[in-house]
Design a binder for this molecule. Structure first.
Ligand code: BG6
Length: 623
């Protein structure tokens, strides 16, 4: 275990220049993050922020604007005026067009004027909060105005998107490296600002009990999912040129993959950590065209329903999106890592917009214990919105017989730490001030991650997706993503939250222990229109909860007995009365279901007799 770092101390003095300071990023993230650092006493006395943007403001007007914005965007429980006043008095502004060389000369004068003679003068941070199309021009003009020669240390902080494909990312790197040294370039991936992502490394390095198991001998596979309920909202223009692979997978999911699968670094030295991360990405097997088509599923959302029941438009109907767009808003991929540790073990990644739930989770599924039935052990890193780590295991059910049951152990950040909800940018700004590049992406990492996704982008570019849109907004994504794992005899492990269950009449009033049990036991099943889910006469007795869509129940004589819609259940009667299914149930539209296996259902009704009574009551009423 490498040496531990001490508690955070005040950051190094510095001048932070924000280019594009009148934009969204500054007011929503950068300023609230600086304010949080100020509240926590982590900004040095010698600290200055200089904003530059096109908007013709002066320093008092900029301060006034920021003062109003911070009221809306700060993340603290209560606004504390003292630290804000302290920070506000350090804000400066200079107006300028990004293509105007004079603007940079003026900016340099301001930097020297406000920082000159103080300790902050030796540490200049240039934050490019601007569209990437200006990167090249701005870097050239910064260089021409002497910023690359400023005394002391200089850092250029770059926001994503970092290229739109491998070639453009390489070109962008070359253009940056023409002006700055590698150790001066700080590329932001905001996922690295998340505590739960940073914890991946801490968890692996500090908890020796997992280290011997961390390989393909013991782990069956790993799933990394980042699902969102939001669609593209107002970002159609950007997103339609970008898509999910560039927007989420090339950067955020690759970072998580690296942290979970890299070799444990010998120390926490930035170079050592970043070397291991890059090495891991270089071990990802590059997909050929055929493999890309076979192992990568793409999706695009069509019109649907949001979780709150409101209507959701399809991607092609979103503002500033081409009505015939072939852009993917969902992707699921299977990758292999060709190194000693992971040989033969797949990693599945998926991400998408307009899905049934928001959640970023990493599920490490261990190999089953020989001779033991039941679900294998799962280690789940909950990145967001729930933040924690969970172990799912088997436990003996209380009672005179020897029966196993799924049980869980959870570490919940909110219960363990007293931390204020931040923006995630605090640690990034703090690290940049201190010249610690650990949480920033290096050239080799960025290029390696583009190398991984480029064959997928190429394969998809070659052919239009004939079936787009292929998942309704608010659902569990395209069916093909489930088939991708089913082909390997696996399934996505969904982390179901209670609210999904509580939408069903059956579980609406269930006590929390029952809901916890159900949330562990239920698994989603997405089916297409026309799929028969249960057959009349069969003796299988799983229970199904309808989350979306419409199904018909057909009796022995072929008559329709009724329709089943969201919130309803079916299959419980065969189990409660121990008899064959009395109806065939067929999906009439694409449907999302939750499935509770007969064994789990039986166990749950045994443990919660009042739930059984409630199921019977609801079932009888439906009959
Ligand atoms: C951004 C993407 O990088 O990450 C967005 O451009 C996405 O499309 C966002 O919504 C997700 O971030 P988070 O922190 O909400 O998971």
């Amino acid at each position: 275990m490498p040496e531990q770092r001490s508690r955070a101390t005040v950051a190094a003095p510095g001048v932070l220049v924000i280019l594009g300071a009148s934009g969204d990023l500054t007011k929503r993230l950068l300023m609230p993050a600086l304010y949080n650092l100020a509240c926590d006493g982590l900004l040095p006395p010698e600290f200055t922020v200089i904003g530059m943007a096109r908007r013709p403001l002066d320093t008092p007007a900029f301060r006034e604007q920021q003062r109003q914005d911070i009221q809306r965007f700060h993340t603290r429980r209560e606004f504390d005026a003292g630290p804000w006043e302290w920070l506000e008095s350090r804000l400066h502004y200079t107006a300028g067009e990004f293509g105007d060389p004079d603007a940079y000369r003026r900016l340099r004068e301001t930097v020297l004027e406000v920082g000159g003679g103080t300790a902050s003068a030796g540490n200049t941070l240039l934050y490019l909060a601007i569209s990437p199309e200006f990167f090249e021009t701005v870097n050239g003009l910064l260089d021409a105005a002497g910023f690359t020669q400023l005394p002391g240390s200089r850092k250029i902080i770059v926001e994503k998107p970092f290229g739109k494909d491998l070639d453009s990312a390489v070109a962008l790197n070359r253009s940056l490296l023409a002006h700055w040294r590698e150790d001066e370039i700080y590329r932001i991936d905001h996922y690295l600002g998340k505590e739960t992502v940073q914890n991946l490394l801490a968890f692996r390095m500090a908890n020796g009990m997992f280290a011997p198991l961390w390989n393909a001998n013991h782990i069956d596979h790993i799933q990394i999912s980042a699902t969102e309920t939001v669609g593209v909202e107002t970002r159609g223009e950007y997103y339609d040129k970008t898509g999910v692979v560039r927007d989420m997978i090339q950067n955020h999911l690759m970072q998580m993959l690296a942290y979970v699968c890299m070799e444990p670094p010998a120390s926490l030295e930035p170079t050592v950590v970043r070397d291991e991360k890059s090495r891991l990405l270089h071990a990802v097997r590059l997909l050929g065209r055929e493999q890309a088509v076979r192992d990568c599923v793409r999706g695009q959302y069509g019109p649907g329903t949001n979780a709150d029941g409101t209507t959701a438009v399809g991607y092609r109907q979103e503002p500033n999106v081409d009505p015939h767009s072939n852009n993917a808003t969902y992707a699921a991929l299977k990758l292999h890592l060709d190194n000693d540790r992971w040989a033969g073990m797949p990693v599945y990644l998926r991400s998408g917009k307009s899905l049934w739930k928001r959640g970023t989770e990493i599920v490490v599924q261990f190999k089953p214990q020989p001779g033991v039935d039941g679900e294998p052990n799962l280690l789940i890193f909950h990145i967001q919105p729930f933040q924690g780590v969970e172990i799912r295991m088997q436990a003996k059910r209380p009672g005179p017989t020897f029966h196993l049951q799924r049980a869980g152990m959870r570490f919940d950040y909110a219960e363990t730490f007293e931390a204020t909800r931040g923006t995630g940018y605090e640690v990034l700004l703090y690290s940049a001030l201190n010249g610690d590049p650990t949480l920033f992406s290096r050239t080799d990492f960025v290029e390696a991650s583009w190398q991984i996704v480029q064959p997928i982008l190429d394969a998809w570019k070659e052919s239009r997706a004939a079936d787009f849109p292929n998942y309704p907004a608010g659902t569990w994504g395209p069916l093909a993503a489930h088939a991708l794992l089913a082909r390997d005899g696996r399934r996505w492990n969904e982390c179901i939250q209670r609210d999904v269950l509580m939408r069903s009449e059956f579980f609406a009033k269930a006590p929390s222990v029952l809901l916890n049990n159900l949330a562990l036991a239920c698994q989603p099943l997405a089916v297409d229109a026309g799929t028969t889910i249960v057959e009349q006469g069969e003796r299988k007795s799983d229970l199904y909860v309808v989350c979306r869509g419409e199904l018909e129940a057909i009796g022995a004589t072929g008559d329709r007995l009724g329709l089943l819609r969201a919130g309803e259940c079916f299959g419980e009667m065969a189990l409660l009365d121990d008899r064959p299914r009395n109806a065939t149930v067929r999906a009439m539209s694409p449907c999302d279901l939750l499935v509770l296996t007969a064994t789990d259902f039986r166990r749950i009704v045994e443990d919660f007799p009042e739930a059984e009574a409630e199921f019977r009551r609801i079932a009888a009423r439906r009959r």
